[in-house]
Ligand binder design. Structure first.
Ligand code: GAL
Length: 639
């Protein structure tokens, strides 16, 4: 497959006379794709029913005539002001019961039927008009579901819909009371229409209630998206996508993406380093101009799984952004490195956000490929370089990785609903595991929680997967490769009960979690052989072989029966590196310590080396410059 580049463009922000020159320059740089339209509702329909699509017709024609392919976005992330007059109760409501106001974006509630109909209406109008356009080669629904904390809404519309959802899920109020354990504190309901939302309770709500509401809220996103997908599908065959985000877990991305052909995500490496990672100040300083060396790769692998193999970067950071606590400029070469890293993980396309920096409104301090005066910004030249390299490089293959790591959105909700201590976060645990594997030179596939076939994986990990699915348990039983479960894997039922027999309850694995404790950040427990357990420690019983124990009193921390190891603690970097290194050896995968910010990714017979450091690095006979990318042929079976 030919990998391609693109950009995000807002014709409605610029005089029409500039469009042809913009389009010509995009083509000159070597871009293939241009995404437009996703915030343009107030210009498409300035008043209800007053449709003005003529400008969009012309914009698409100008871009298409320049040889570009258009990704057309539905504008539903930005309902115009008049929409509120028509539907005053469409606003999302926060946990304190306050409506989220007009004046930015994403102010709608997913459960509002009136707004869902409006979103279907505008989508239908666009699909009817552009479904057969030769220039519209892909579609995007809405924009970044969940951005600005917008999945969960405590509105009246959400409450009504949640009651109906509960009735459908549990069938009878008795069943719901039993499933949630409502006898505790006399929380039993007599009818579904007595059920409230789990906010504004005196102390914490029942975790089963809270988890049910998370599950419901996730399904509302999927339901909203499905309406748009169905309409677009009726009018054209072009692939449909949605641009997902970094470290966003409020809805089940697998479920939403299953409706569409392509998953895309928006990658802002430096912004995410500053505002989305727990790493210490020294780490953030070291990578301040590059972004974290593992976070982008993690999301690339995650969205490859979410998209069932087909995925893009729809928005790639081009320079300083405007929204992180601090917004430095990237090192020269990073806009190139980020794109190459995405291709190395199998991205079909990488689109830079945005074409030209806007001199007005919220994002006026956000870089583009062009400055506000249309002179090239550094990303313009780096994108051109990537385009030249893409033309010269042989195909990037995607092959199954030898290591599989489960990522489960429902587990993230369970941890959030019942963290049992500060700093307990599912994404963080899985990401630290991913980082440790990458530091040992591994290429990793992310696996959905309902993966039913683990063949080909020599090592499979499912840390923190609170409720293992039946499909996964069956696959596990049949799997000959090595497996590491825990901590907190299979620890709760789907309704947030402690199961009896006690966890992890994996047939053939003679381990029982007898007690759990969360640890203060300043009370790590040393383990024999080096490193510590931090944050979370379980007491393990059973006849399985002890493979890791505490240093002071030899309490088991990890135990193994056959090919399955259960890990009963959240390990720090040193201890996790040792445990995984040993497991990789046993799995026949050579662990290789990668220096500093150097990472590698094997894509079929091509190995990519990516240097996230601000200094050159020497490794395996090669010298990679700061922000350097290197690719070389290796044997198909090489680790
Ligand atoms: C994304 C969003 C874009 C733009 C960008 C700025 O989250 O989809 O519309 O706001 O961030 O970095």
């Amino acid at each position: 497959m030919k990998r391609t580049l693109g950009t995000c463009y807002y014709p409605e922000h610029w005089p029409e006379a500039e469009w042809p020159r913009d389009a010509a320059r995009m083509a000159e740089v070597g871009l293939t794709w241009v995404r437009i339209g996703e915030f343009a509702w107030s210009r498409l329909e300035p008043e209800p029913g007053d449709l003005r699509f003529d400008w969009l017709d012309r914009a698409i024609a100008v871009l298409g005539d320049a040889g570009l392919k258009v990704v057309l976005g539905t504008p539903t992330a930005t309902p115009p002001r008049w929409m509120l007059d028509r539907h005053p109760d469409m606003l999302a409501v926060d946990a304190e019961g306050r409506p989220r106001g007009f004046g930015s974006r994403r102010h709608y509630c997913f459960s509002h039927d009136g707004y869902r109909e409006e979103s279907a209406r505008i989508t239908r109008l666009l699909a009817e008009r552009y479904g057969a356009s030769p220039h519209v080669a892909a579609w995007q629904t809405d924009n970044e579901y969940g951005c600005h904390d917008t999945v969960i809404s405590y509105s009246e519309a959400a409450r009504t819909a949640f009651r109906a959802w509960c009735a459908a899920r549990y069938g009878s109020i008795e069943a719901l009371n039993a499933a949630w354990g409502n006898v505790f504190w006399s929380m039993e309901y007599g009818r579904f229409d007595q059920i409230g939302l789990p906010n504004l309770t005196v102390t914490e709500p029942n975790p089963a209630h809270a988890l049910a509401f998370r599950r419901f809220s996730s399904e509302q996103v999927a339901r909203f998206n499905a309406v748009q997908v169905g309409i677009i599908r009726d009018h054209c065959d072009a692939p449909i996508s949605h641009n997902f985000m970094g470290r966003e877990v409020a809805f089940d991305h697998y479920e939403v993406a299953r409706q569409m052909e392509i998953a895309t995500w928006d990658s802002y490496p430096m912004g995410f380093l500053e505002d989305r990672l727990e790493e210490d100040a020294a780490h953030k300083r070291r990578y301040a101009r590059q972004g974290d060396p593992d976070l982008q790769a993690f999301h690339h692998d995650l969205y490859r799984a979410v998209g069932n193999g087909r995925w893009w970067v729809m928005e790639q950071q081009p320079g300083p952004v405007n929204w992180a606590p601090c917004n430095p400029a990237p090192l020269p070469g990073m806009a190139r490195l980020w794109a190459w890293e995405a291709f190395a993980h199998g991205a079909e396309a990488v689109c830079y956000f945005r074409w030209r920096q806007a001199p007005f409104a919220q994002e006026q301090m956000h870089a583009g490929m062009l400055r506000p005066d249309s002179a090239p910004a550094p990303a313009y030249h780096e994108a051109a370089e990537v385009a030249r390299e893409l033309a010269a490089l042989p195909e990037v293959e995607v092959a199954q990785a030898p290591v599989g790591l489960v990522f489960d959105y429902a587990a993230a909700w369970a941890w959030q609903v019942q963290p049992q201590g500060q700093g307990q976060d599912y994404f963080r645990l899985v990401f630290e595991t991913y980082r440790a594997l990458r530091k040992l030179g591994q290429s990793v596939d992310i696996l959905p929680p309902d993966t039913g076939d683990l063949s080909g994986y020599r090592l499979v990990l499912a840390p923190g997967a609170v409720t293992l699915t039946e499909a996964f348990k069956v696959a596990l039983a049949a799997h000959g490769g090595r497996v590491i479960l825990g901590p907190r894997s299979n620890a709760k039922t789907a309704e947030m009960h402690i199961p009896v027999p006690l966890p992890p309850a994996i047939p053939g694995l003679d381990v029982t979690v007898a007690r759990v404790q969360s640890l203060r950040a300043d009370m790590p427990v040393p383990v024999a052989g080096g490193g510590h357990v931090k944050l979370w420690l379980e007491e393990l019983e059973g006849g399985a072989e002890v493979v890791l124990a505490t240093a002071a009193d030899s309490q088991p921390v990890a135990m193994r029966s056959g090919n399955v190891t259960y890990l009963g603690g959240w390990l720090d970097e040193a201890a996790l590196g040792d445990l995984l290194g040993a497991a990789l050896h046993k799995a026949g995968l050579a662990p290789t310590a990668m220096p500093g910010g150097l990472r590698r990714r094997q894509a079929g017979t091509t190995e990519f080396l990516i240097n996230y450091d601000a200094e050159p690095v020497e490794w395996d006979g090669l010298t990679l410059p700061a922000a350097g990318v290197h690719w070389r042929r290796v044997g198909a079976g090489a680790a």
